[in-house]
Design a protein around this ligand. Structure first.
Ligand code: SF4
Length: 383
């Protein structure tokens, strides 16, 4: 897909404004636009963006909110794949804008359509499985005798991959609902069928293990390596090799160090962390889960958290009676989420108010249709 990438000129707006003046200008535009505008913010955004968000959540919650919002203009303070999903789920008259078009996701970039199609072309004959694209009813459970390869893509993927998944009888998942989605996919694959899960190997592996699968029932697929056909044949889930560079930084040594300092300390991590980190933690779950875990922990708790630093710092500020700290003392923010700065937000809002389609994200119809099928399948499954 070709993207139009006009860059925000930092000197064009906000450049000679103080931070405070910028915030006032953003608030003033919000007030003038009223119900015509909604600003969505992901938990990993910095505080100076979150203070302007009408709704704050993870990608799952925000994708629902975008589809239910009445506003004509949706400004998505997150990364590119989230804004694409909001565009796919929104009504025709709604316009989705991303304040900085360079805000992508390194994990989402680890799988592209060409690579996934190549993998698919090898796996279907190599494993003797059927492509669900041939099924009259892709939402029906497989018969005992049928064996399909069902694709599941994490929300953190391009619209093109969601479209591929929708066309091939598959589904989208998030870190909030991955177990329910894998259940759905196994049902569609049949007793001897398999699931191809991309792009995050860790979410796939951690979810599979939590559902009772063994490590050797999950094989890795890397587009750069020769396939290990023995491992692939034994597997129930084929895991794309991708990972999140932020969550990969957490390790068991950090958890041991925290527990050495304070044996009572609790540890909660995101499922994009490695299996070893998840095994060493007290709890694992999505950003919404982590938020609830911290809220529900008894006053006086010390909690080490394995997720993005902006969210961890905010949780600490919001819970003065608890000590909330990042497991990695050296951790940096997610570099692409961090690309959304108030200067960019103000710039995009000023242009939208002036009637421009500023930094609009438009997923072409031929991609959006099947991507929506995959997203609608996800949204129809109770979490
Ligand atoms: S935290 Fe990881 S998965 Fe999330 S946007 Fe950043 S790089 Fe992508």
């Amino acid at each position: 897909m070709t993207l139009n990438l006009p860059m925000c000129d930092l000197n064009a707006t906000g450049g000679d404004m103080s931070e405070e003046e910028m915030h006032q200008a953003i608030d003033a535009i919000k007030q003038r636009m009223g119900d015509d505008l909604i600003i969505l913010g992901h938990h990993y955004q910095r505080d100076s963006i979150v203070q302007h968000a009408d709704l704050l959540g993870d990608s799952f919650l925000l994708s629902r909110m975008a589809s239910e919002s009445k506003a004509e203009n949706i400004v998505f303070c997150g990364v590119h794949f989230m804004a694409e999903s909001a565009d796919i789920l929104s009504r025709d008259e709604q316009k989705v804008s991303l304040p900085n078009l360079r805000a992508g996701c390194s994990m989402a970039d680890m799988a592209n359509l060409e690579q996934v199609e190549d993998c698919w072309q090898q796996l279907i004959p190599g494993l003797g499985l059927s492509d669900p694209i041939t099924r009259a009813d892709q939402n029906a459970p497989a018969e005992e005798s049928e064996s399909y390869l069902v694709p599941v893509t994490y929300m953190n993927s391009s619209a093109e991959l969601k479209s591929f998944v929708g066309a091939h009888g598959g589904i989208v998942c998030t870190s909030s609902n991955a177990a329910g989605i894998l259940d759905w996919a196994f049902d569609k694959a049949g007793p001897n069928g398999k699931v191809l899960f991309f792009p995050d190997q860790h979410l796939g592996r951690n979810t599979g293990l939590a559902m009772g699968l063994q490590e050797d029932e999950m094989a890795i697929w890397s587009p750069d390596d020769f396939p290990d056909w023995d491992a692939l044949k034994k597997s129930r889930i084929i895991l794309w090799h991708g990972y999140c560079s932020v969550h990969r930084r957490f390790n068991t040594g950090q958890i041991e160090a925290l527990r050495e300092q304070d044996p009572e300390a609790l540890v909660v991590v995101h499922p994009e962390c490695t299996r070893e980190v998840v095994d060493a933690s007290d709890a694992v779950g999505s950003t919404e889960f982590i938020k609830r875990y911290v809220e529900e922990a008894p006053s006086g708790s010390r909690i080490g958290v394995g997720t993005e630093i902006n969210m961890v710092k905010r949780l600490n500020d919001q819970h003065p009676g608890k000590e909330i700290e990042c497991l990695d003392p050296m951790v940096c923010p997610c570099s692409t989420m961090y690309m959304i700065h108030p200067t960019y937000l103000l710039d995009v809002l000023q242009r939208i108010e002036a009637g421009e389609e500023a930094n609009r994200i438009i997923v072409p119809e031929e991609i959006a249709e099947n991507a929506k099928t995959a997203l609608d399948r996800m949204l129809s499954i109770p979490v």
